[in-house]
Design a protein around this ligand. Structure first.
Ligand code: ATR
Length: 274
């Protein structure tokens, strides 16, 4: 019997993870199946237990269960602890261990796929929810010069400054206070693109030829945020499809001990109009 994996979430019908992992498995010759596992909003634990009881080996966890998943693990990695959320669960010896591969996925997409160096960069991170929290420590670890966190609810950004300021140069700002400073890398970690809107970031925040990254992915690779960034002079713009594929590769490596080649999978999704 092939080893069983799944992505659990609500909703999960749109998830590209089964397609990505099937391609990784084919490429590396791994005997495994990977399916979608929808869970009721209050039924995460029950679905998880059922999956384990049926011999499941690991799960990817998506919205809205990443925090709940972290809370029920017997062991959580450092990255998962800092993110207070996990997207990868591994089941072995009756134990559940959790990891967060989202931040590593973003960093690999930036460095490897987009050829963007992080060292010494001035970073503006838009949003202070779970998506933003997951990338803070990886950004700090890659030697960025500063991270300014902007959020509509400034108290949430301030909590980031307090928590992550112990490890790097982190500052909280209201959107209104961003005018006058320009950034080399502007990352949209808000859910604004999902609603077809754009965070209220001033045009002056985009340094000439800066990099603009939207963690959300879109069928044509374009979001309103990326269009705005280009109009403001951004030199490199990218949606989050590469991050999705790279975080999947990190999970795959964790489970199977083999690193898949992400480039053809990313190209395949792009040409299919992800
Ligand atoms: P996630 O886990 O995906 O980060 P979340 O925890 O619900 O989701 O956080 C959503 C983030 O997107 C928050 O930072 C939110 O800002 P507020 O905390 O001020 O609400 C941000 N957000 C959502 N819609 C937005 C919009 N239209 N403009 C700017 N920020 C937005």
């Amino acid at each position: 019997m092939p080893d069983r994996y799944a992505v659990i979430g609500n909703p999960v019908s749109h998830s590209k993870s089964p397609q990505i992992h099937a391609e990784f498995a084919r490429q590396t010759g791994q005997d495994m199946v990977y399916v979608r596992l929808p869970a009721p909003i209050h039924g995460f634990r029950a679905e998880l237990d059922r999956f384990i009881a049926h011999g499941g080996r690991g799960l990817n966890v998506t919205v809205p269960f990443k925090q709940e998943a972290a809370a029920l693990c017997q062991t959580v990695s450092e990255r998962g602890k800092f993110a207070q959320a996990v997207n990868t669960l591994t089941f072995s010896d009756g134990k559940i261990s959790g990891e967060n591969t989202d931040g590593a996925g973003l960093l690999r997409d930036l460095e490897k796929n987009l050829n963007v160096g992080l060292h010494g960069r001035r970073v503006l991170l838009l949003g202070a929810g779970g998506a933003a929290r997951g990338v803070m420590m990886p950004l700090i670890a890659h030697g960025v010069r500063m991270i300014v966190v902007a959020n509509r609810d400034v108290a949430k950004a301030q909590a980031f400054e307090e928590r992550f300021g112990l490890f790097g140069n982190v500052r909280a700002r209201a959107y209104d206070d961003l005018a006058g400073s320009a950034y080399d890398l502007v990352i949209n970690a808000t859910s604004a693109s999902l609603q077809g809107s754009v965070p209220p970031v001033p045009t002056s925040a985009f340094a000439q030829d800066c990099v603009a990254y939207d963690m959300v992915y879109a069928a044509d690779g374009q979001t309103a945020f990326l269009s705005m960034a280009r109009e403001c002079g951004a030199g490199i713009t990218s949606d989050g499809l590469g991050m999705l594929v790279e975080q999947a590769a990190e999970s795959f490596f964790l489970w199977r001990g083999v690193r898949p080649d992400t480039a053809p999978v990313l190209a395949m999704l792009r040409s299919a109009g992800a």
